[in-house]
Design a protein around this ligand. Structure first.
Ligand code: SF4
Ligand code: SF4
Length: 243
């Protein structure tokens, strides 16, 4: 089993206060983005080079309207497909920290736009973003500068409801499985999202698609070769870039 660190994100406790989103911006000195009212409480509309943590809001009509909150971020995959693709394009662009398991894009390595598209397509969670003018990739770093000093990641420290948790992987997996069995009595479809493959383990109370299109990887096993290649060969998604 992979060691290192992990997050547990218990979405059953999330109030969508966005404290985590703001704390991430503040600690990592990411600039604010101009936003507008779009008929949703989710703002900005998507992750970007400047926004590494985004609380997604999804409104699902039923007998009553249901809100699903999803504090999205890089999952710090145990075997990161982004690194596998990046290694063949720009060596050193992605660093996989051995001790913590954090997956970090180097701000010193510039990536060509066409290469970046392949890296983003390889990510099962649609996470990396690029500054198109500089060719630098931006995404969650696990707050590795904080955790190396014994501090919690900024989003975890700021969360007032214990939705965001962080620690040694074994303890985090135990916490996640314990909480899953607790909530099963209330939410029969509750599940952990790809717990064996990622270091940011989400507990979801309902169908993952109700939270976010990329909440769960449909098949992360073998994605580094077969699926990444398939994705590279199919038409690329539209990308939102800043710069
Ligand atoms: S979630 Fe995406 S960007 Fe993050 S480590 Fe996994 S493949 Fe890379
Ligand atoms: S700080 Fe915690 S409760 Fe607030 S939006 Fe983030 S995860 Fe949810």
């Amino acid at each position: 089993m992979a060691e290192g660190k992990s997050f547990f994100v218990d979405t059953t406790k999330c109030t969508a206060c966005r404290g985590c989103q703001i704390a991430c911006k503040q600690w990592n000195q990411r600039i604010a983005e101009k936003t507008s009212s779009r008929g949703s409480h989710q703002n900005p509309p998507d992750l970007s080079y400047s926004t590494w943590k985004l609380v997604r809001f999804s409104e699902v009509p039923g007998e009553k309207v249901n809100w699903y909150f999803f504090p999205d971020q890089c999952r710090h995959c145990v075997s990161p497909p982004c690194k596998e693709v990046a290694d063949g394009k720009a060596k050193g662009a992605v660093i996989h920290d051995e001790k913590t398991g954090a997956v970090i894009f180097s701000p010193k390595v510039k990536i060509k736009l066409e290469d970046f598209k392949e890296i983003r397509e390889a990510c099962p969670y649609d996470i990396p973003r690029i500054h198109s003018a500089t060719g630098i990739i931006g995404k969650c770093t696990m707050c590795i500068d904080r955790i190396k000093e014994g501090m919690l990641p900024a989003c975890v420290k700021a969360c007032p409801t214990a939705t965001m948790n962080f620690g040694d992987r074994k303890a985090v997996l135990e916490m996640a499985n314990k909480r899953l069995s607790e909530v099963k009595g209330v939410y029969k479809d509750a599940m952990l999202a790809n717990p064996d493959d990622v270091r940011v383990i989400f507990l979801l109370a309902d169908d993952p698609k109700k939270y976010h299109k990329f909440a769960v990887a449909e098949n992360i096993i073998g994605i580094t070769r077969k699926m990444a290649l398939k994705r590279i060969l199919r038409p690329l998604r539209n990308f939102q870039m800043i710069g």
